[in-house]
Ligand binder design. Sequence first.
Ligand SMILES: [Zn+2]
Length: 365
Amino acid sequence: MASTSAPFIPPHCPRSDCRFHRCSPGWRWKRHGFFARDAASARVQRFRCGHCGHTFSEQTFRTSYWLKRPDVLAAAAFRLLACSGYRQIAREAGCSPTTVLRHAARLGRHALLYLHEHRPRGPLAEPVVADGFESFAHSQYHPLYLNLVVGSRSHYCYAFTHTELRRKGRMRARQQRRRALLEARHGRPDPRGIEQGTALALRLAAPQPQGLVVRTDEHDDYPRALKRLTGYAIVHERTSSREARTAGNPLFAVNRLDLLLRHNSANHKRETIAFSKRHQSVVERAAWLVLWQNFAKPFSERHGGGTPAMRLGLAARPVPIRELLEWRLFPDRVGLPPEWARYYRGEVPTRRYPNEQRHRLKLAE
Ligand SMILES: [Zn+2]
């Protein structure tokens, strides 16, 4: 990426093994020549860390670091929110679907870091609505819940977690046999999954024990999930899921996010062939969508009304997607909580793929 008019000042050493990675006071660096980049016309300034001696450049601090096709990252960022499948994005960008898949994963990781870095601090100042968004990955034999925790007034999504579910509902005899066979071969999801996943999401949303008003539907798992939150003073307000899903519904904030996930993500459309093949990619795409809805998307497309982040005072204006994507965030500096660190490392398993690739922390984020 071309340098802008103001000279770039490196904020810290990009190497996670250097003592000036996490803190910069006292850090010294030197300019260390230039290099030409295939992806940009202008030459890029290099620097050298005065402590560890490693060299880096302005490009090291951009989300497009180490990408041969940085343009695909922004294209994928927009397209993933516009209901495109990986192959459709690849066709338009002139690259392979695997490249888009890798970019989508990078967007998801970046979103997790951004959401955690910019999250609201201190006790939550509004009731939260918790609910599960149901979808599946690989096949309908592998359904899942994204346990969402959303602010009832701000509509800010404070946290989400992933839970694997057992296929339920009406099945023909052949489908029941198939489920039994798959469960014998690949194991069965934890029947307490929703309870654990919801408790975990609430703890991510409100890490310190505090007074909380939690609104949910009448699902049996929620009272049990709330019991797991020791030390919190919780008021649980329940609403039947049969009530009309209007703006007046106490669960409106989460119903709206459900709708956004379904409306904007190709992988969650009913009867689609663009469904996610891996649970990990569901989490990555959801993280990216949550980041966009929290920081970039005005409350109403027609009437504006600010973004959820603006309503919480975290931002003064909607943050455009290109700005959300501008600077790379470093996992060692952000310090994700364990569950999200697992998502970051690509450790959400899909039972049908025993040897999935994990994201190893190399030099690229
Ligand atoms: Zn260094």
